[in-house]
Design a protein. Structure first.
Length: 177
């Protein structure tokens, strides 16, 4: 039985606020693209990134192509995984940073990061774009060798295989205090 007070009437949409938000999002995305292109042209970027449709791939420029081929084919054993479904952008960034730093500290190299395809999001694949940006810039970029969209059985274009650098070996010699 439905009571008259059970119905919720939606607030009327403010068309001007929506238009302003769309313009701001467009400006922000244009700025990010221009900054990325500027870094690429000036040689500041260390990654070669390829995006075709929903497929993503990126690697440090000096990486051996055979290693990238192994990563893309799913030959490397996944040592740990992180699922970012349900995270908001900032929480996802924090979770990704903690996950990658912990995995690197434990010596893990081959990881799976599930970010989703972003098909249900009104503003597109927010986490997918964010994960690529976070992997290729800032502190995480120094840990990452390569990444690519996963094989269909591991999540397809809603997930990334991530290859981390080797952890430096500790010296066997004790240093004086």
């Amino acid at each position: 039985m439905l009571l008259p007070n059970d119905r919720v009437t939606p607030e009327p949409l403010d068309q001007e606020a929506i238009a302003h938000q769309v313009r701001e999002n467009s400006r922000r995305q244009d700025k990010e693209v221009m900054d990325t292109l500027h870094d690429l042209v000036s040689g500041k970027t260390r990654f070669d990134i390829t995006c075709t449709g929903e497929y993503l791939e990126g690697n440090v420029i000096a990486l051996d192509p055979r290693v990238l081929k192994q990563l893309k084919s799913g030959e490397l054993t996944i040592q740990a995984h992180l699922d970012l479904h349900g995270h908001v952008k900032e929480a996802a960034k924090t979770a990704l940073m903690n996950f990658l730093q912990n995995c690197h500290a434990m010596g893990y190299r081959s990881l799976l990061v599930i970010h989703g395809r972003g098909l249900k999001s009104e503003s597109g694949p927010v986490l997918k774009e964010g994960v690529v940006r976070w992997l290729t810039t800032g502190t995480l970029s120094h840990l990452v060798l390569a990444f690519c969209s996963a094989r269909p059985y591991d999540g397809g274009t809603g997930a990334l295989y991530v290859l981390l650098k080797k952890r430096p070996l500790k010296s066997k010699w004790k240093r004086p205090l």
